[in-house]
Design a protein around this ligand. Structure first.
Ligand code: ASP
Length: 328
């Protein structure tokens, strides 16, 4: 019998219609009562550090979840985190950096419909999360949703309503759940000791390029952020209108010791900054990092993790070092 710590944090799965729209008000105990079948394979203890729509979940909550896992690591065989779907991919990515190489599984799940809705996906997702967490082959950080087990650094919410809300981006789902058992496509068990981290630098901003955007946005960025993720078009580049103003402002930004990462707003296949002249020219601005095939969620979380402890050249070194298959 496996001992699992359930960390309930809110989301639709724990929501009821309060008259002001859906709000998370259902307790961890009530959630557990909806999946009595998990008692077959695991003994569950539940804690509820907060009960939030995941729109409100940010760095301090990721740190609180990681801290709960660290404090209880020796006492449990695995951890199930129930969470809103909207920012679950960010939390999964953040936990992948805050708790690295975890031999014990850390499984996030949630649902598109409240656990008390008649045609809900909540009961299946929750039961699957526990069954996966109790499996001997499980380790590391994953999202279990609609029968798929998706690596925490590879997940993205790609549908707002359908039950298959999450996709695994540029990486296969590692397993599928069938009748409460995982069938593995990728068998990989973390061994050794987990590494815990306890800090994040949240001064990271994502600049989404839109046609015609002006470089004076850097007035704000220079004053307010340490790390900038530029979500550019296609393979990647910056516009060279307005006398190369974007390139000049980015160069000045980097000269202040700040970090910039180029990524693409295209969901799959990643950036390739050297392909076009508008991208290659970024090389002359300084050390612009490139997210390549990383998800935006992993890029943002990785930068917040690295900027909490590294400076200068070191930032790039850590950024390109793969963690849980986040970058190739
Ligand atoms: N707004 C909700 C949340 O992310 C959506 C959900 O859980 O599906 O908390």
């Amino acid at each position: 019998m496996k001992h699992i710590l359930m960390i309930a944090t809110g989301g639709t799965i724990a929501s009821r219609n309060t008259g002001n729209g859906l709000e998370p008000v259902i307790s961890s105990k009530e959630l557990l009562e909806c999946v009595p079948e998990v008692a077959r394979t695991c003994a569950v203890t539940a804690v509820q550090p907060f009960n939030l729509d995941s729109t409100n979940v940010c760095g301090k909550h990721w740190l609180a979840i990681a801290e709960l896992i660290e404090e209880n690591y020796a006492a449990y065989d695995g951890f199930v985190v129930t969470h809103g779907t909207d920012t679950m991919a960010y939390t999964a990515a953040a936990l992948s950096y805050l708790v690295q190489n975890s031999p014990k599984p850390i499984v996030l799940t949630g649902s598109q419909k409240s656990v008390y809705t008649r045609d809900t996906d909540a009961r299946r997702n929750l039961a699957d999360a526990f069954f996966y967490c109790a499996d001997d082959g499980a380790s590391g950080v994953h999202i279990v949703f609609d029968g798929n087990v998706i690596l925490g650094t590879r997940a993205k919410k790609t549908r707002t309503r359908s039950f298959n809300a999450f996709s695994s981006i540029d990486y296969p789902a590692v397993a599928v759940m069938r009748e409460g058992k995982p069938f593995y496509y990728i068998e990989e068990k973390c061994t050794g000791k987990p590494r815990f981290f306890r800090a994040l630098n949240e001064n990271v901003f994502v600049l989404k390029m839109v046609p015609g955007i002006r470089a004076d946005i850097f007035d704000y960025l220079e004053a307010h952020c340490d790390g900038l993720v530029i979500e550019s078009f296609g393979a990647g580049g910056l516009p060279n209108y307005d006398n190369d103003a974007f390139f000049a402002r980015l160069k000045a930004f980097l000269e202040k010791g700040k970090t910039a990462v180029l990524t693409t707003q295209v969901e799959r296949e990643g950036s390739a900054m050297d392909t076009y002249a508008v991208g290659r020219k970024l090389r002359a601005c300084g050390n612009v990092l490139e997210a390549r095939c990383m998800t935006l969620e992993a890029t943002v979380a990785k930068l917040m993790w690295i900027l909490a402890f590294a400076k200068g050249e070191e930032v790039g070194r850590y950024f390109y070092e793969p963690v849980a298959h986040d970058i190739f």
